[in-house]
Design a protein around this ligand. Sequence first.
Ligand code: HEM
Length: 356
Amino acid sequence: MKIDMKKVGAWFDDRLALTPIFKYMTKKEVPQHEHSIWYYTGSSILLFLAIQIVTGIMLALYYKPTLEGANDSVGRIMTDLPLGWLVRSIHSWSATFMIAFVLTHLLAIWFTKSYRKPREATWMTGMMLLVVSMVFGFTGYLLPWDDLSLSATKVGTNIPNAIPVVGKWVTQFLRGGDDVTGDTLTRFFLFHVCILPLVIFAILAVHILLVQKEGMSVPLEAEVKKKKVPALPFWPNFILREVMIWLVLLGTLLTVALVFAPTLGPSADMMAPAPAGVKPEWYFLFLFQTLKIFPGNMGPVTGEFVAVVLILVAIVAIFFLPFIDTKPEGKKGRIINYLGVLGLIYAIVFSIWSLL
Ligand code: HEM
């Protein structure tokens, strides 16, 4: 029987609405100006997310989320499976690259002020994506189940404990009991490979749809003066540039993963005291140091409580930033810029301090 490929193509086109999508892509344009380089940060995150999914599925085929099997199975992936060590290294490094690009994307949007009307919801879904990405990192850190990952998880899951009323419950919910045990490992595995992927895809779908709906932002000056900004066709010009950037990033990721493969300590001993110098992942360091500088007691409450409340207030304020800074020009906008620079300096200094 001869298959008529044209008919097959038309069948898929009909069901999946491929022609309207293709037409939309050929019509879509990306503004070109002095800040357009930052448009590539969003798609770079998508690249790292795709790498996380592929390498994550490969690792999950052999990983065992049990107290007895976790550390051993990671060891087996690294030594017994062909290029297993490289897959693990790429997964670990791509997580770092992804978070670094999410933070760069956020800072670029902060300073170009693209969060303003009508992109408030894009910003807020972005903030949710940042939190989910960090929780991905936090839950993944425990999975190799060595002394370092166990102690870091003990410290991390203990932080909500400082919040009165609900704190104890949150810590117990995260741990699946009073302490970090095999139950925590099962729970973190479920979060890491099932719940968080579902959540990130749902939020990401809204984020990308909003970007399509509003189109890309243009510099403030052009927006205020209603100046026409030159634009590049999305297909094929912008996509081709994007692919070039992806290839450079892939090369960099592969080089770093080949040279600096992560190690694995022996299986965690739950009875052993915490090893000296327990540190979380780099993107949590400044928060970790913030918690450390507060004194044990501050009047009727603990220092940790004050620190946790301050951090939560800052996160909520950043989440609602588009409603705080609304005017296209003016003093408030400049203050937001200074606050951005100050926040960046604070995060860098506190991260370095926590390593000393
Ligand atoms: C998993 C994380 C994320 C992914 C995959 C992602 C993806 C994207 C993509 C592909 C775009 C369009 C291209 C671009 O402007 O770069 C975009 C735009 C945007 N993103 Fe994200 N994003 C993420 C996180 C964030 C975060 C953390 C924020 C800020 C809190 C944010 C806020 C925005 C805004 C406001 C735009 C519109 C920018 C404009 O029109 O100029 N996103 N995002």
